[in-house]
Design a protein around this ligand. Structure first.
Ligand code: SF4
Ligand code: SF4
Length: 459
């Protein structure tokens, strides 16, 4: 089956540079894939690169153009005659992982590699799809409310024995968690209150910082939209005051008691109003809903960001920017996109807690509603994945694997639904060992930094 692009394409262009065969081009009205060039990435990846990056999951396999692996690798060989693919080439049809890339071929870059401040970088491997998906409309079965936890299962959960891995420390996860409490977290205590109270000022920051703060704070009372609105009102007072200060500095205090001061106040109000209109232009002129708007910085937002960002980074840990740099990501489709990224092992944060790093990685929570006839036989909640953890060469590696055969079967029938993922987190500190805890689809791992105390304790 060659891959095709459905009419849901939003022309973001993210897929085009990912294709190793240059099979994707801008068509009219949407991007198109040339089936004579598409190899479903056989030879290059064990997943379809375009499907992996598409923010709306509209790169799907064409059920009317079924081609076996032999045809696809033959096409790859014919298109890249200078490349020796060998027999152990990458292919989504194979369950065994092969060598990363065919010899002589430059690796195609993965979707999103860098986190905020560059401290953590994700690479991923996934083994995806096959037939056209039906995107689940928000609010229907299988589409949970934002950030909701999976419901308790009707049947009793099997208590699984705790897994243990090489380099896992003898101390219990809970004990380490107590020792390294989240002093820096924005999700509780005085820091959270400070952030909420400072909204009129923090709303001046650039959109990206506000989005990350929103995630870090985790409160409905702090949003990028709300803080920006408060900042616009705040600037309506601040800018006239600044103009009055300028007047005093240039003309002396007497200007405060003259008619002339009104001109300065007016200038401040005009600047604040013009800036406010500019910052809300997507909503005012393009009638975009707030969830889809971006909220640029105020005049002083960039320098303020330079000052505050290190403090915010310390408090929030490393909040990864999710790798879908397109308009609409923060729309009502956000939850589905977030869930999609969970399926690739991309939703994680890593927080520096002094002597330890805390990695939190979210596993998939829901089985997508893909409109298959047997969908009703499947649960809404994703069965727990099996996982493997390893510390190797300064990296922490998480491998997640769906072991439920029913789900594995449908994973090959929907775009962007790999049945397993590998997430590699490079560590900026030397780490002695780790302790992990898995509950409610969230894996938490404390990675203890290599220090004198820990060396004495565990060696
Ligand atoms: Fe290109 Fe791979 Fe997508 Fe085919 S499946 S269009 S080869 S990126
Ligand atoms: Fe269209 Fe998806 Fe490609 Fe974006 S990534 S251009 S939405 S097919």
């Amino acid at each position: 089956m060659a891959t095709m692009i459905t009419s849901e394409c939003i022309n973001c262009g993210a897929c085009e540079p990912e294709c190793p065969n240059n099979a994707i081009s801008q068509g009219d009205p949407i991007y198109v894939i040339d089936p004579l060039l598409c190899t479903e990435c056989v030879g290059f990846h064990d997943y379809e690169a375009c499907a992996a990056v598409c923010p709306v999951d509209c790169c799907v396999t064409d059920p009317n153009n079924i081609e076996p692996e032999a045809v696809l690798i033959a096409r790859a060989r014919s298109l890249h005659q200078d490349v020796d693919f060998g027999e152990h080439f990458q292919s989504r049809f194979r369950t065994v992982k092969m060598e990363p890339v065919a010899a002589g071929v430059a690796p195609v870059k993965p979707v999103a590699k860098e986190s905020r401040d560059g401290a953590a970088i994700v690479e991923r491997k996934a083994a995806p799809p096959a037939e056209p998906p039906t995107a689940p409309p928000a609010g229907e079965r299988g589409v949970p409310p934002p950030n909701s936890k999976p419901p308790a299962r009707a049947e009793q959960k099997q208590v699984k024995p705790k897994k243990s891995f090489s380099n896992e420390l003898p101390e219990a996860f809970e004990d380490i968690a107590n020792r390294y409490k989240g002093s820096g977290s924005f999700q509780r205590g005085a820091r959270k209150i400070a952030v909420l109270v400072s909204q009129p000022l923090l709303g001046a920051l650039p959109d990206e910082t506000k989005r990350k703060l929103e995630i870090a704070v985790g409160s409905p009372f702090f949003t990028a939209a709300g803080s920006t609105a408060l900042n616009i009102l705040f600037n309506g007072i601040l800018y006239p005051l600044v103009c009055m200060a300028v007047a005093v500095m240039s003309q002396g205090p007497a200007v405060l008691f003259s008619q002339e001061i009104n001109i300065y106040i007016l200038i401040g109000v005009i600047v604040a109003t013009a800036e406010g209109v500019y910052r809300l232009k997507e909503g005012i002129f393009r009638v975009r809903p707030a969830e889809e708007m971006s909220f640029p910085a105020a005049l002083y937002g960039i320098p303020l960001n330079m000052v505050l960002r290190p403090l915010l980074a310390k408090g929030a840990g490393v909040i990864r920017a999710l790798p879908i740099p397109v308009d609409g990501f923060y729309s009502k489709g956000f939850v589905e996109k977030l869930e999609r990224e969970r399926r690739y092992g991309n939703v994680y944060t890593i927080e520096d807690r002094g002597g330890a790093l805390l990695l939190r990685l979210e596993f998939p929570r829901w089985i997508p509603d893909i409109g298959l006839s047997n969908r009703k036989e499947l649960p809404d909640e994703m069965p727990d994945y099996d996982y493997e953890l390893a510390l190797k060469d300064g990296q922490f590696i998480v491998k997640g694997k769906c072991t439920d055969e029913r789900v594995r079967k449908i994973s090959s029938s929907i775009g962007a639904f790999p049945p397993e993922f590998t997430t590699i987190v490079p560590l900026k500190n030397k780490v002695l060992g780790f302790a992990h805890h898995f509950e409610d689809k969230v894996l938490q791992v404390f990675l203890l930094k290599n220090g004198v105390h820990w060396e004495q304790s565990y060696r």
